[in-house]
Design a protein around this ligand. Structure first.
Ligand SMILES: Cc1cc2nc3c(=O)[nH]c(=O)nc-3n(C[C@H](O)[C@H](O)[C@H](O)COP(=O)(O)O)c2cc1C
Length: 323
């Protein structure tokens, strides 16, 4: 049975990509993912905000840096280089261990130094770069188009520096998703990951404090990306990877039927352990056998391409008779 798929020009032996998280920031976990059959791995993101915060914290410890702007510059540079070095080592060790695609991930909120870093990641052996772009639009003077322009600026700059495929992992908080995804497609992005699941602060009503206890997704969350994968897969040139809420083989199958080229999983591995990849692959094959498919390509996009599917995925409101 052929589980292989192509994503951004990369040959994956199956559609299961382990998405970026602290799990993929550690070589032993990466080796385990490889051993149980992952199709590809996205390394833990190199965080622009984190690196800036690290260097700021360092500078806050010592007032003298305030008087020496060139020292600030040096520390900024040093702090970024340290974070980068760790990621470069992880890419190299992962590539030494296995020949499955290893995707580097950069979290960026601007187009400043990241294009250069992207080149370094390519040189270290990364097979592709995933840009985890997350701009929180908490500025009443910033127009929606300005935010979209930033995404395009980042893509243009990174694409100009590297030869490997580049994808954008994005959230769903856009006024017009079809417009931004088309703009990214036209800018030459090779893949889109729909969607990232961001940090969700909550309030504990007993302690009346802000808490963060919903770090992992639930399988019910799969339908948001399912809708957009189905709507966009027939329209975009770039490949789509589905993310958020894929907890077992059924989530994988749904996203493939919607037209995803690959599926990214994270929470289910925290819940069930890394070896669960093997179970998902086994169950996926069983489903394919039952439905008489010999390869993933035979059913990829099958539901999204059906007559009338688009209207069903576009529908927003419930009707009275459905309740
Ligand atoms: C603990 C944790 C750390 C994460 N770190 C990153 C990260 O560094 N970069 C990134 O792009 N996504 C990160 N994510 C998001 C996941 O890659 C994934 O997109 C999200 O959890 C939704 O997928 P899921 O429903 O399979 O969990 C993280 C998620 C978790 C739970």
């Amino acid at each position: 049975m052929d589980l292989s798929t192509e994503y951004m020009g990369l040959k994956l032996k199956n559609p299961i990509i382990v998405s970026s998280s602290k799990l993929t920031g550690e070589i032993n976990n990466i080796k385990k993912c490889v051993d149980v059959g992952a199709g590809a791995i996205v390394i833990k993101s190199l965080f622009e905000e984190q690196l800036i915060a690290d260097s700021n914290a360092l500078m806050d410890q010592d007032i003298k840096y305030f008087w020496f702007p060139e020292a600030i510059e040096h520390i900024n540079k040093h702090s970024k280089e340290h974070g980068l070095k760790q990621v470069l080592n992880l890419i190299k060790s992962s590539k030494n261990y296995s020949d499955i695609p290893i995707i580097a991930s950069i979290n960026c909120i601007s187009a400043h130094e990241w294009p250069q870093f992207a080149k370094t990641l390519e040189d270290a052996g990364a097979d592709a770069i995933e840009l985890n772009i997350a701009i929180f639009p908490f500025d009443k003077y910033m127009a929606c188009a300005d935010i979209a322009d930033k995404y395009i600026e980042i893509i243009d700059k990174v694409k100009a520096h590297v030869n490997i495929p580049v994808s954008v992992k994005m959230g769903s908080y856009f006024t017009n998703l079809i417009q931004i995804t088309n703009r990214l497609d036209e800018a030459g992005v090779d893949g889109l990951v729909l969607f990232n699941r961001y940090y969700r602060p909550d309030i504990d009503i007993e302690t009346e404090t802000i808490v963060r206890d919903n770090i992992l997704s639930s399988p019910l969350e799969v339908t948001k990306s399912l809708r957009w994968i189905a709507l966009l897969s027939p329209l975009l040139k770039c490949d789509l990877a589905a993310g958020t809420g894929i907890h077992d083989y059924s989530g994988v199958v749904k996203q493939l039927l919607a037209g995803a080229s690959a599926t990214q999983i994270c929470s289910t591995l925290f819940n069930n352990g890394i070896s669960y990849i093997d179970t998902i692959l086994f169950d996926l094959q069983k489903w394919m056998e039952k439905h008489r498919y010999n390869s993933v390509s035979e059913f990829k996009g099958k539901v999204a391409n059906k007559e009338g599917s688009s209207q069903k995925f576009e529908r927003m409101q419930f009707l009275k008779k459905e309740i």
